[in-house]
Design a protein around this ligand. Sequence first.
Ligand SMILES: NC(=O)c1ccc[n+]([C@@H]2O[C@H](COP(=O)([O-])OP(=O)(O)OC[C@H]3O[C@@H](n4cnc5c(N)ncnc54)[C@H](OP(=O)(O)O)[C@@H]3O)[C@@H](O)[C@H]2O)c1
Length: 289
Amino acid sequence: MNILEEFFTLNNGVKIPKIGLGTWEIEDNNVENVIKEALEIGYRHIDTAQSYGNERGVGASVCEAMQKSGIARDKLFITSKIRAEYKDKKSAADSIDTSLKTMGLDYLDLMLIHSPQPWKSFRNGDYFSENVEVFSALEDAQKSGKLRAIGVSNFLKKDLENIFKHCSIKPAVNQILTHIGNTPFELIEFCKSQNVLVEAYSPIAHGELLKNSKIIEMAKKYNVTPAQLCIAYTLAIGTLPLPKSKTPKYIKENTEINFTLSNEDLESLKKIDFKDYGEHSRFYVFGGK
Ligand SMILES: NC(=O)c1ccc[n+]([C@@H]2O[C@H](COP(=O)([O-])OP(=O)(O)OC[C@H]3O[C@@H](n4cnc5c(N)ncnc54)[C@H](OP(=O)(O)O)[C@@H]3O)[C@@H](O)[C@H]2O)c1
């Protein structure tokens, strides 16, 4: 299979390319080069966020791709995320307009609530009414054509149920930490049962999984790289991988997933426990406080 030519269909009928390029920690002044490379390789799906500080560069590369490479806007899929700290309708709505302006785009394909809580309170407190407000700003923006699809990120079952109960549009996506060794199986099953697509962020554990001996060993068996094994796993469990790399060789390698894991190997990968993010443990998403 050529993963670059495959799609998932979101619950509102919008098609989303099956792999996206993550851009967290790619500086604004470098992201244009990285995306240019990725588009040449064949990526059409780019994941950014207001908090990554590179929306300008992501937007500029999209505009350049349209003008210079003749890639039609409707062949590209661009995601951003509302800052976790914006928890009222006005700041959320204003931030959507600011993202569009910063990126120089008329619309985004997908916009998410970055986290149910502001980062400093990650996993502390419900913020139910606040998230309903932010989601209603997303609903308005989808209705007015500024966004093609809307969703959430880092949402647990209770956070999703709150949105289902109080909002009129169902989130199309829940983007969550998902990789070998740290896979929220119950949450993924719940999302699938609700027709909410799960996007797997940090599919190679921010790079830390590449040092794991079991993964290195199994990758050798399939004659692939550890990163390819990690990405194949996220696909095998029905999630959409968002690997990040700024290295051209890796950006390409991460799309060459021309093998299928045996059931036995998939089951053994599901049993691995790996939550040691080393120096990256300071980040809230990896358990940092
Ligand atoms: N919603 C959220 O809260 C959230 C949180 C975290 C991440 N995300 C999204 O998910 C994306 C991916 O997650 P991530 O950035 O944490 O990390 P990741 O994709 O799990 O890992 C990225 C690291 O792996 C390295 N790498 C990538 N491919 C490789 C390969 N083939 N061989 C060797 N090394 C390779 C990269 O190196 P180089 O870059 O140096 O090449 C980088 O150091 C983010 O960029 C972001 O878009 C979302």
